[in-house]
Design a protein around this ligand. Sequence first.
Ligand SMILES: C[S@@+](CC[C@H](N)C(=O)[O-])C[C@H]1O[C@@H](n2cnc3c(N)ncnc32)[C@H](O)[C@@H]1O
Length: 412
Amino acid sequence: MNKKGQSLSNAIDTVNLPRHRWYYYKEGFSPNLVNNAIRELNLTNRDLVIDPFNGSGTVTLTCALEGLPSIGIEVNPFTAFIAKTKTHNVDEKVLSQCAQQLLHAIEQNQTTVSRWIGISTFTEHDHLEKWLFNREVADAYESGFVYLDEIENQEVKDILKLALISSLMGCANARRDGKCFKYRNNWKEDGLNKKSFLKILTDKLQLCIEDAATEIKEAPTIISADSRTYLENSFNDKFSLCITSPPYLNTFDYTDIYRPELFMGGFIHNNEELYRLRLNTVRSHVQAAWPNPKELEFGEHYTRIMKHILNHQDQLMCKRIPLMIQAYFEDMQQVLRSLYVQAMENAQIWIVVSTSAYAGIEVPVDRIIGDIGKSVGFELKRVSKMRDIRKRKTKYSGNIDLLHESLVILKR
Ligand SMILES: C[S@@+](CC[C@H](N)C(=O)[O-])C[C@H]1O[C@@H](n2cnc3c(N)ncnc32)[C@H](O)[C@@H]1O
């Protein structure tokens, strides 16, 4: 099925693809982009592919299915878990048996109470007006989560856990919408309950069982770390292709929008851990007091837009935006410098990014990353537009209503 809006720079096609469809990660890109790069560069199973912003692991899963070795680095422990779990090789029969037992355990359970009552707006409580999960849904999820302890095979357990989390989100009263959750019309009347949760979980588990037959030819390495420091201090492998999509320069904090999964999946345990995670993410948001950047030179495009932004600071939603923009490009420079050191001769770096807009001016993030790539030693092969994206109207957006996603290709 060819869905409207499908592009190589988004994850829409993953909803129909084996294993990719185990978790829909809205910020992902298409496996076809990865396949195109593999073909264009004539890579074989002796070539290493890496992704320093691996997200849900589109790059590592695509390589694993193609039989190419790959390494994915991802700071968010939940998304690193998705990436790892999607490449588990398990016996379909064992998975199917454990899935039946899990469903039966949830169906039969009448006593387990969610541990998330009263925490944040996760579930219905006292004076809350809105909550993400109705009590029956949260309790059913909890009983499944507790049941996972009974399962000995770690890989099967991971797949069931991912299916549980995915079904929980499928049974939420709100949908992710940009930087926040948007409550569905009539969510209260809809009254999602244990039955709704079990229906979604049953379907999800069925997909996982079907897909378990697709062979993982080469297990990838998934590293849960901050790629800025990991690449600089601990990464020693030589690679032929780096294909990646860093966070966009859009003040979007992934750790915030993935809070339900991070907490309810047991990947973080308190707000301090969440804050530490934020500090380890690329400085594309203003939600954490990250260290101020020092570098100032990122090429002509940067100098031009920064001058404009500094002259129009009254049009910014927050006064730290200029520092954030500078910090973002400092992070990109740090990553590109490390990549240059580990790139094989003729290796390529494929980067998917979007432009952004501040103080009524479009920030050509693609061009600036191209300039930074050149400054650290790469040849800039091309910057090509992949698609236009509509910019959300806010009181700060000025006249800009279209941004675009591009592919930047650098060569060593
Ligand atoms: C646009 S998403 C990548 C999506 C990925 N291409 C996919 O298909 O799933 C960017 C990712 O970078 C991660 N990230 C942010 N800061 C990071 C850091 N310092 N080190 C590693 N990953 C980071 C985010 O958690 C997010 O998953």
